[in-house]
Design a protein. Sequence first.
Length: 561
Amino acid sequence: MYEQLKAMEMQEQIELITRHLVGLNSINGTLGEVRIVQEIHQILSSFPYFREHPANLWLQKIEGDPIGRQNVFALVEGAHKSPQTVLYHSHIDTVAVEDFGPLKEHAFNPDAMEEFFRGYEADPELQAEAQSGDWMFGRGSVDMKSGAAVHIANILHFSEHPEELSGNVLLLCNGDEESEHRGMVGALGELNRLQHEMGIHFVTAINTDFITPLYDGDPNRYIYTGAAGKILPSFHIYGREVHVGDTLSGIDPNFIAAKLTERLHNRYELAEQIEGEMVLPPTVLKQRDTKELYTVQTAISSHLYFNCFVYEETPEQILEKFVREAKAAALETELYMKEQFEQFIRVTGLPTRNLSWEIDVTTYEDYINYLTARGVNVRGVIDGVLTSERSGDLRDLSFDIVSALQAADPEKKARIILFFAPPFLPHNYLKEEDGRDAHIQETIARVLDEVGTATGERFELKKFFPYLADGSFLSLHETEEQLEPLTRNLPEWNTIYGIPFGTIKKLNIPSVNMGVYGKDGHKWTERVYKPYSFGVLPDLIRKATVSLLEHSTEKKVLEIV
């Protein structure tokens, strides 16, 4: 590809690379993720720098990956020898294309999608954008093939102008961001190896995940100095099943689940309160009972889990909050059912019965201790689940474990068991009280002011990238003790799922998001705005890279002196 790129301006290079990458199907969980990494490796290998320095370009196999994913790394060493390094990272997988409907076969064709939207009268604004020629359409155009293209083009630039660097730039392109983040988690060991064996010191990471307007008419381009984390509070609810002819004497787990959803879903009071940041509330992602066939028996158990963004709170604080809400939902259910039964008795004139609708609420850790104290072979029950044919979905597997433990419980009591399911994403953000982080913040603010003045763009610096991003895995703020409520309440931590917290601690890389600009990520109307994304952004990232390396090198010199 270099032969095509070498005669082009930067903006043209990025458009060509983006168009090429969008044309490659790399839907998460498919072999397209493997093929696109190999294609990026081929593109980079055509650059003269990597023909001269082949050892600086390599593929890393992700151990244990179910489809054989690889990461691609490309290192450009500056003319001024230094261990100081800026990490460029971007993911290259996309979500699926079912939302394109009859246009599914054109989802990876930017020209075809643009032509369609030029005549799309159902949305005049979208139609006008398509007719302007300033937007590129297609799955992955904004999330985030264009972001990878920006990094690749800047790698080409610095490979031809290493004298601009007072350190190095390392590119990482990885997959599986849209699911379990296996690409970035797998890269942590390789980054640690580079730090250990080559003495590389990572100054900052720059991600190019997409930014978008936060409200109608929003003129700002948002730069984020951190990434929100994520935790998945999950509930296994065991009730008291009955025939529907005796429903008032039962405890319906679906009703309890509904109460939990009512208390938790999109309830903004439960969101962290951080002024000026786009902080999001818990959101229910799954709610269903465990009945597989139609019967007139009420459900025995029900499962639900919530997406919960993590900004500054610890797992312990989140666990306490969800336990509190679960207890409130259990009490509401108990009082409601008691009242309904009493009305039933009054109306029918039947004799009352000695019934209880009390619902116990416990955490996974406490439930394990409870079962162990009653002589249940907890290890044997869990091993039985792990050795049986099981779901490939880690959430379902977690529920299988909790369900099996509950089935072994000698006391068949109505119960809500709260646990965490995969994935977990740490939060990663700059701390004002940290000298290094403060200097990074100041450097970026200065560069934004410079570029904003030159281009007329309005930049706004925010703390948390409001969506999920791989940058979460590059730094860790919690202590080992603060993480214990997570690891003790996520079934089979480090067996079915785990994160190398020790490696992350050693890396400790701040991750800044300077993203491509567009609209409707994860929608069939997905599009990237070319003038900013292909024109302004690459220069912004280069200036930030040069400034961050210069500051870091100067700081090192002062420390030595």
